[in-house]
Design a protein. Structure first.
Length: 90
C-alpha cells in the first residue's frame, strides 16, 4: 500500500505537500499514545523517503488516540485505529 502511495506521490502529484497523521488505539496513557502515533508517522515518512519521495514535502502530526475510526472496545476495532493517515494538499 505505501509503495503504491509513494509511486502516486512521485508521478501524479510531484509537488503536493503530504501530511502524515499518526494515530493509535485508546490503550495507554495520553503521553505514550502521542509518542507512539508520532513514531508511526515518522516511520511512514522514512519509508516514503526511501522510495524517493522528497522529504521536504512531508510533515508529520500526531493525534494519539484522538480521531478513532472505530470506537468499540475490541481488538478488531483497536487495530483499525493504529494507522498512519495521509492528507495531500497542493
Amino acid at each position: 500500500m505505501l509503495y503504491k502511495n509513494a509511486t502516486f506521490l512521485k508521478v501524479k502529484s510531484p509537488i503536493a505537500k503530504i501530511e502524515i497523521q499518526g494515530h493509535c488505539d485508546e490503550r495507554g496513557t495520553n503521553n505514550y499514545n502521542i509518542s507512539l502515533a508520532e513514531r508511526r508517522a515518522k516511520s511512514t515518512k522514512i519509508y516514503l523517503v526511501s522510495l524517493g519521495v522528497d522529504p521536504k514535502r512531508i510533515y508529520n502530526i500526531s493525534f494519539g488516540e484522538e480521531n478513532p475510526l472505530c470506537t468499540e472496545n475490541k481488538e478488531i476495532c483497536w487495530s483499525k485505529n493504529r494507522r498512519a493517515h495521509f492528507r495531500i494538499s497542493s
